[in-house]
Ligand binder design. Sequence first.
Ligand code: DUC
Ligand code: ZN
Ligand code: ZN
Ligand code: ZN
Length: 525
Amino acid sequence: MFDLVIKNGVICTASDLYQADIGIRAGKIECIASNIDSSLAGGIIDAEGAFVTPGGIDAHVHVDEPCKLLGDVADTMESATRSAVAGGTTTVIAFATQDIEKKGPEALSNSVEQVVNEYAQQTLYCDYALHLILFQVEQNSIAGRQLLDVQLQNVYEDFGVTSVKVFMTYPGLQMSDYDILTTMHATRSNEFTTMIHAENGDLIRWMIEDLESKGLLDPFYHGVSRPIEFEGEATNRAIVLSSTLKTPILFVHVSSPDAIQTISKAQARGLRVFAETCPQYALLSDELTKCHHGKEPAGHNSSSFEKTENKTADQFEGAKYICSPPIRGEQCQEHIWNAINDGTFTIIGSDHCPYYYYDKVSGASKHRAFRDNKDGRFRYIPNGMPGVCTRLPLLMTYGYTHGKIRDMAKFVELNCTNPAKVYGCYPQKGSLLPGVSDADIVIWYPQGSSEGKYPPRPDSITNDLLEHGCDYTPFEGFPLSNWPRFTIVKGRVVYREGMIVEENACGDYLRREKSTMCSNEKSAS
Ligand code: DUC
Ligand code: ZN
Ligand code: ZN
Ligand code: ZN
């Protein structure tokens, strides 16, 4: 007997595409077979020939947390997981930031505990796990190594956290090369995954001060202050650090050809260097940050286009597209797609990091939160944009349908299976393996037409589709070829034909194991 049977789907995994039915019991995938007897099912969903994929894993999501180092993020874990399932993502990995008030062997466990406790108060629509953002090594000396070793051991034992992110930029967050080596030493011995934000923070600081001294303050200059070469340099330096210790690393949010080339060369030398990119680097261009010329950006839906008092275009609109690394020139997009297909990129994450565009308090009076703060200087605009909901539909449309991604197996590998392997939750997550995988599944709309025995699928992105807390999407108006019709989390339908199914919300905290892909092998020392 099954709780639910999905019939007539085209099952897509990271290796295969085939027609079959899926039988689900007690939240798990129980069997996949060519024709499951419907009389055995508690419930039946007819996929009508549509693609059936594992639920997406978005391993790069920022939400509001007790330690607000990234400022006031517009999503709680509740709204972020709601937005995730609306876009076919069934597991998110967010961040717990190190709380430097906490000291000693349990310091990092206590930092994570604070975050887990906060999210336990919220309704969660899918499972979530946590990475740890580390920005300070407690003891900046040889003794610090041993302490960090123990701190990581504890955070694994207590919370199943097995990955650490370090920043090579941002005042207050930026780590010295010395501290990065200490961190890598500890992640190596604990078999953690080391995630790197690679941009040269010292050079960026110099550029920001230089631009400000010349009165160049608009959102567009954010990108000017963080050129491609600064990402390339930091990428190369991090590879030197990791190869010194013979330990793997993973670059997050890789945006540009220099970094891609450096990573690809290291991979060709046999170094265990992994990389993530994000849809915004494949689909958006820095032209969007130039709104002060009075043009509406391409792909922009005029319904959300605010006119300023003097009826010209919103001169601050470029702020919506600020993230770090910045959105690059259009010519960089092709490099991103090539690296997606040739294996340089291991995973795709959204880097969902939403900030309100309009002021939350004054609301209707339409003060742009960023502009009215600190004279709109780009330096103070928070870096990040929403994306947890749009990641899979965009990649289905512009990757699969438009032929930029090789095939559906590549789509599943990058968005579902590899993130699970990289972050230690495979095969419970990210795959459709009978007997072992959670029944985290997306049933897409049948290909080709949006007509059927069901409400029509969305044919372009609008902010109100996304179920997130943010007041805009950088992808407003982007045409779509598909959208999740059903999102199933642990056997329960949480999103059905455009509606969240509230009573089926069943998200939990997910403990992870050590990575099977990019943690250190025990033998290396
Ligand atoms: N890096 C991220 O990964 N997210 C938001 C800001 C940043 O710099
Ligand atoms: Zn980052
Ligand atoms: Zn300009
Ligand atoms: Zn991020």
